[in-house]
Design a protein around this ligand. Structure first.
Ligand code: NAD
Length: 256
């Protein structure tokens, strides 16, 4: 059964890999045997991550990448293909938060959030998808949405939640378009997962109040996403496309 989750011979590219979930996803894919291009704007962080992956017996390539810049995407994908081989797994993880409400938010914030989270994911899928189709690669695209892209949440996340809801429809539409090319497109919708960036908030009194609403009784850890990641990245996903896997300890079943 282990071959269902074996990624030997696969090449992955992970966006937003300089921190948090993206760095973790890159390490997990490498542990499962994939060569991994780690993409983000902060190259020195990527180099540290690639060294760590190499120390653990994997192979990773740092690639400078800004998902809002189509030229940067073309260059990063080309570098990964040249150095590592044909890309078979794309993890669209790069994302930025937003705290704006309808009547207060500036236009720039809307544009930045939608350009990064939603348009960036499409631009990446367009470029990687072109390579996958040209090389007849049985591909996997995994979009990192959010639980608030699946269920409408509270105030102050207008642009963010719309970008993540857009990723759900992007996932479903691309799944339909690419199914006959052997490319499976799925999404992961995490709830609150501990990372460096949200550590202080999740441990604050406000964060702890949210924790009491999580049916499983705690926030998630990055490792809680590993099973879904490996399921959707490898051979086990051969008949899974257009799915959204919610990983939130049951939070979306209670009030967000
Ligand atoms: P994070 O800020 O550590 O990671 C986001 C990464 O995206 C960073 O490395 C950042 O540099 C990168 N990035 C931002 N703009 C970019 C751009 N233009 N080009 C390339 N890279 C860019 O936060 P995280 O918690 O690890 O979040 C990762 C993803 O998971 C995000 O899409 C986020 O919305 C999603 N998510 C996180 C949680 C959570 O609780 N941590 C929950 C739901 C969804």
């Amino acid at each position: 059964m282990t071959e269902l989750f074996d990624l030997k011979g696969q090449v992955a590219i992970v966006t937003g890999a300089s921190s948090g979930l993206g760095a973790h996803f890159a390490e997990v894919l490498a542990q499962a045997g994939a060569k991994v291009a780690v993409g983000a704007r902060r190259v020195e962080r990527l180099t540290t991550l690639a060294d760590k992956i190499a120390d653990n017996g994997g192979e990773a390539l740092p690639v400078e990448l800004d998902v809002t810049d189509a030229g940067s995407i073309v260059a990063a994908v080309q570098a990964a293909e040249t150095e590592l081989g044909h890309i078979s797994i794309l993890v669209n993880n790069a994302g930025i938060p937003s705290a704006g409400r309808t009547i207060e938010m500036e236009e720039d914030e809307w544009d930045n959030v939608l350009d990064t989270n939603l348009k960036g994911a499409w631009l990446m899928a367009r470029e990687v998808g072109r390579h996958m189709v040209a090389h007849e690669t049985a591909g996997r695209i995994i979009n990192i949405s959010s639980v608030i892209g699946v269920r409408t949440a509270a105030k102050r996340v207008l642009a963010y939640s719309i970008s993540k809801a857009g990723m759900v429809n992007l996932t479903e539409t691309m799944a339909l378009e690419l199914a006959d090319k052997g490319i499976c497109v799925n999404a992961i919708a995490p709830g609150y997962i501990h990372t460096e960036l949200n550590h202080d908030f999740l441990n604050s009194p406000a964060g702890q109040r949210i924790a009491t609403r999580v049916p499983i009784g705690r926030f998630g850890e990055t490792a809680d996403l590993d099973g879904a990641l490996l399921l959707l990245a490898g051979p086990a996903a051969r008949y899974i496309t257009g799915s959204v896997v919610t990983i939130d300890g049951g939070l979306s079943l209670s009030a967000l």
